[in-house]
Write a protein that binds this ligand. Structure first.
Ligand code: SF4
Length: 463
């Protein structure tokens, strides 16, 4: 699961898309798109836009030129719900023809009550319903020739050309007490490994240099279909976490794993990291460390041996970088629980962390727990946790000065050249600021000598 709440993006990719399109300019076949929520929701948006482009639609750059606006909502926590409602309201005010989809769309009554004029409401993964609604409210009035108006084989991506999210499954079998995702997205449903690998290969062929593997529970991949054997390029492969990591590791690009739980079988992929086949990076949303809080949270893989497991992983792969998210102020969290969490973070040497104050979500079981923590204490704990994280990072980051790191260039602007090392996922981790006389482009992989570090970012030279 993720507690990250992204910002909306309305058709930021318009120019790139329009330049590929042969759709007549004088017909209104333009769809506005607002995508909210986590990377998994972003992948849903990519899929809907790809289908719409296949059907001959274009993406509008603003509300005025859109014949209809699709809002892909997030409903994970109440503040995300509010952001979704605000975005729908904005689209209604500025355009008026609005189709709602995504997690909040599951609560159709709420949407209809707030916006009786809405054209259509559907829940997450209901791609056909969204595309059908666009067709019925904005019928295409010209003959679309899919052979002329080409959509790239890898589909439309909302990320920069050199990295892409690869969604390997939908839903989740766990029932964490603070989370309503299973009721929104259903139980775990893994994509066949052949389909996932085909998509990965298409992305690599299109120039992607970094794949970010996402799902609600990446390490549970294949469990729902009993690790069925599939085929990729004529060879049998099990629909299983290890087999997927191994196969992705053969593609010769960066492979980064998100939303992994520390199950014992994760041990098997750490040697792949040590061998350089996949990035030595694990995004594990621990959420807490106190056994009592974890029990009330009903977290998966919450056994007391996690610290030992992390130490063992670091023995096998000393470069391993662990990112995590934590919730402070969970109902019943005592001072002692919180201190335990801080000490645990020190011992685990969590490299990167995001933290959130507990927020009640309508329909979540945790709401019924006693001893809710006051907002003031939650705020204080949030600050203390982030300070603790900064201290851990301050100790670890200077060790990188003097080393040579592979850096993926993200952006070149008048302000300079900015990239990321293998230890940094896009949008959530640190950056590497590059000094060089060389001509570089986004997507270039370079070797940078690290010359300076602060608690989050690095500075390096490329000769
Ligand atoms: S139920 Fe737990 S593991 Fe599943 S998505 Fe929610 S927080 Fe993540």
């Amino acid at each position: 699961m993720t507690v990250a709440i992204c910002i909306g993006r309305i058709a930021a990719m318009k120019n790139a898309l329009d330049s590929e399109s042969n759709t007549p300019e004088n017909t209104n076949s333009k769809v506005g798109f607002v995508s909210l929520g986590c990377p998994k929701a972003l992948v849903d948006s990519e899929r809907i836009i790809t289908q719409l482009r296949n059907d001959g639609y274009q993406v509008a750059a603003d509300y005025d030129e859109a014949g209809v606006v699709v809002v892909n909502t997030c409903g994970f926590i109440d503040s995300a719900k509010q952001e979704s409602l605000d975005s729908i309201r904005e689209a209604m005010d500025k355009n008026g023809k609005v189709i709602v989809t995504g997690c909040l769309g599951k609560d159709e009554q709420l949407i209809q009550q707030n916006f009786p004029e809405i054209l259509s409401v559907s829940g997450p993964q209901q791609y056909e319903s969204v595309v059908g609604a666009v067709h019925s409210h904005l019928p295409i009035s010209f003959q679309h020739d899919p052979k002329i108006d080409l959509v790239p084989p890898q589909g439309i991506k909302l990320t920069p050309r050199h990295y892409a999210y690869l969604k390997i499954s939908e839903g989740c079998n766990h029932r964490c007490s603070f989370c309503i995702i299973p009721s929104l997205r259903g139980d775990l449903a893994s994509r066949p490994i052949g389909d996932v690998m085909d998509e990965a290969q298409r992305l690599v062929d299109a120039g992607v240099k970094e794949l970010l593997v996402v799902s609600q529970d990446t390490s549970a991949y294949g469990l729902d279909i009993k690790y069925r054997t599939g085929f990729w390029q004529g060879r049998p492969l099990k629909t299983k976490f290890y087999d997927l990591c191994e196969a992705l590791g053969e593609l010769g690009i960066w492979v980064r794993l998100h939303y992994v739980y520390p199950y014992p079988h994760v041990d098997e992929v750490v040697p792949l990291m040590a061998e350089g086949k996949i990035l030595p990076y694990l995004d594990i949303p621990f959420q807490h460390a106190s056994p009592r809080v974890l029990k009330d949270m009903k977290r998966p893989a919450n056994d007391a041996k996690v610290l030992e497991r992390i130490k063992r992983w670091r023995e096998i792969c000393p470069d391993l970088n662990i990112r995590s998210t934590f919730i402070v102020g969970f109902p019943g969290e005592t001072e002692e629980d919180f201190e335990y969490l801080l000490d645990w973070m020190d011992e685990a040497e969590i490299d990167r962390a995001g933290a959130f104050k507990y927020e009640a979500v309508e329909g979540a079981k945790a709401n019924d727990l006693p001893d809710h923590v006051s907002p003031e204490i939650s705020e204080l704990r949030l600050q203390l946790l982030m300070d603790n994280q900064r201290r851990i990072s301050e100790k670890r980051m200077p060790k990188k000065v003097g080393t040579t790191q592979q850096v993926l260039i993200d952006e070149i602007s008048e302000e300079g050249i900015v990239g990321r090392s293998w230890a940094d996922a896009p949008e959530i981790d640190g950056l590497v600021y590059i000094q060089t006389n060389k001509e570089l482009s986004p997507g270039d992989l370079v070797e940078a000598k690290i010359t300076a570090a602060d608690e989050y970012d690095l500075w390096g030279e490329v000769n």
